[in-house]
Structure formats: structure tokens, C-alpha cells
Design a protein around this ligand. Sequence first.
Ligand code: NAD
Length: 336
Amino acid sequence: MSTLGIAVIGTGKMGADHVRRIGRTVGGARVVAVADPDGDRVKEVAGTLDGATAHTDPAAAIAAPGVQAVLIASPGPAHEEAILHALERELPVLCEKPLTPDPAGALRVMEAEQRLGRRLVQVGFMRRYDTEYARLKELLDAGGIGRPLFLHCRHRNASSPSFFTSDMLISDSVVHEVDAARWLLGQEITAVTVLSPRPTAAAPEGLSDPRLVLLETSGGAVVDVEIFVNCGFGYQVQCEAVGEAGSARIGDGHAMVVQAAGRWGGAIDQDFTVRFADAYDRQLRSWVAAAGRGRVAGPDAWDGYAAAAVSEAGIAAARSGARSVVELTERPALYR
Ligand SMILES: NC(=O)c1ccc[n+]([C@@H]2O[C@H](COP(=O)([O-])OP(=O)(O)OC[C@H]3O[C@@H](n4cnc5c(N)ncnc54)[C@H](O)[C@@H]3O)[C@@H](O)[C@H]2O)c1
């Protein structure tokens, strides 16, 4: 099998992590071009690679010699343009979440794929590749706890980056729970309500953190998500499914419990790159294997679109304080 040449677009925290991952833990691929408008940053990352070209223009990186697939890790608003450049060249894409911040952009991506007549875009909803999530999905699919009634979810970060906005709590953070809930339940989200308590004193001025997001689903389940991006103590993603015949919970992070000096306890991961390291590996291996055959596997542009539509409704709900209905277009045949 030949080695897949990848262009990585955006070399910030996630982009650099993916570059390292492709070099160290994922076989059958190598980074041949990197792009970032921050010229110093892109040169620094290219400097860690053997023979990769550095670009400040994403389109130039995508058009660079040897590029057979594109991994996009720029901020959400920049995703659509890079995806469309990749699709013009019929290159498989792995795009970090969110596919696009708004459903209109995601629809344009789906239109471009439909013109090609095949799916080439995978969205980086990597929780689908996490062992604990996969076990929960297996249990639910096998009817192990009966018909699901609730998902109780917690999503906490130690602190948020300086550019984080109240809308991003929904469109960049809760979007993971939106995809996980759609995937775990096999249902669409139909309505969103957002409750916002008085912000934590740890939140930067103007940031509405934490929030409680309630999602209603097409199968009559209810999903609640506590999103708290300045909790201070670490990174936690937990999910408890409650069904007619039992409940199941993941994300407790009790890999090792230490008992010593009259106390018991364990460590809390501080970062998603640690908590989900295995999931990122599996996601990338699966994408590289499929891209090598000119295909994609995993969450597709429809999943990115549906999540963006829920984000749009969630942002409206947070602003108005009212329940907001999710508007979805009919699912095109390519995504059925
Ligand atoms: N899957 C996950 O768990 C996860 C976790 C964190 C972030 N993300 C996603 O990854 C993406 C990047 O997030 P990050 O945390 O690495 O952000 P970051 O700010 O650390 O890095 C973004 C980089 O993109 C560059 N950039 C800006 N505009 C660009 C453009 N038009 N083209 C190319 N590069 C551009 C910036 O200069 C920066 O270096 C976002 O979509 C984010 O939502 C996913």
C-alpha cells in the first residue's frame, strides 16, 4: 500500500496534534504540506516534518504536489472554503468539528458532494471512536437498557481559550454532545432549550458560562447537557443513559484509584488531547484507510449539517430564553 500524502490546514493546537499523530501513531500516511496564515507558526510545524512544504494560503497547500487527502484543523468559520478547495480536486477530507458554524455553509458542502456524486468529507466527531462511547452505543443498540429515555451529559473544561464566546459554548462544545446523542440514539434532535445561570466568577467578562442545554429528540428522548468551560479542575466528559430497563454511565475516569495516607482518589485529565488520545488515533487510522481507497468512513457532511442546525437553534434559544425548534432539510439520497 502506498503512503497517503496529507495536507494539514491550520497548525494550532489540534492541527499540530494531528501532525504529530500522523508521524507517530498512524501508519500509511505522511504530511506533505501544511498551511496557516500565521507564517511563523506554519514554518515551525513544517520544521518538524521531513520534506513538507509550508504555506500561508490553504488553497496553495491543498494544490501542493503529492497531496492526496486534506485534514482541516482551522477555526470553524474557515472550514467551508478549505473543504470546497479540496472537493474541487476530489480529495478526501477530514474536517475538525464543527463542519461549518452555520447550516447554510454545511448545505453548500453537501451540494458540492452531491455534484461529485460521492461522499468525500468526514467530520471530526471523534467521540464515535472512543472505546467507552462505542461500548455504550453497543449496549443501546442491543437493547441492553431498553428504550432510552434520557441522556444526562456533562462537558467540562478547566478553562476556555481567550477567543471563546457564549455562542461557541453551543456551536463548538455542545456540538460534540449533539453528535454523540444523534449517533447513540439513532435519532435527530428536534428542539433546544438553554438555561443560563449567573456566570461563574471564573468566566471572562461577558461569557455566559456554565449553561444547561436541553435537547428533545425525534424518538421522544430528552438529553440534558451541562456545559461548563471554566470549571477550573480539569476536563470531564460524562454521559449517563437511562432506559426503560436500566441505566449505563461512561466517563467517570476511574482508570486507577489510589488509596494511601488515609485518603482515596485518582487524577482528572486536564485536557481533551489526553482524555480522547485513543479516539483521535482510531479516527485518523480509519480515515487514512478509507481515504487511501478514495472514500470516507464515519460521520459525514449530513451529520455536520444536522449538528450545525441544532447549534443554530441552540444559539437562538440561548438568546431568546425560549424553546427553539430545529429546522432540517430533507436528507439527500447520498447521505441515506
Ligand atoms: N475534536 C476535538 O476534540 C477538538 C478539540 C479542540 C478543537 N477542535 C476543533 O479544531 C479546530 C481548531 O481548533 P484549535 O483548538 O486547534 O484552534 P487554534 O486556535 O489552536 O488553532 C487554529 C489555527 O488555525 C489558524 N488559522 C486561522 N485561520 C485560518 C485559515 N483560514 N486557514 C488555515 N488556518 C487558519 C490559526 O492561525 C491557528 O494556528 C476548530 O474547528 C475546533 O473546533 C476540535
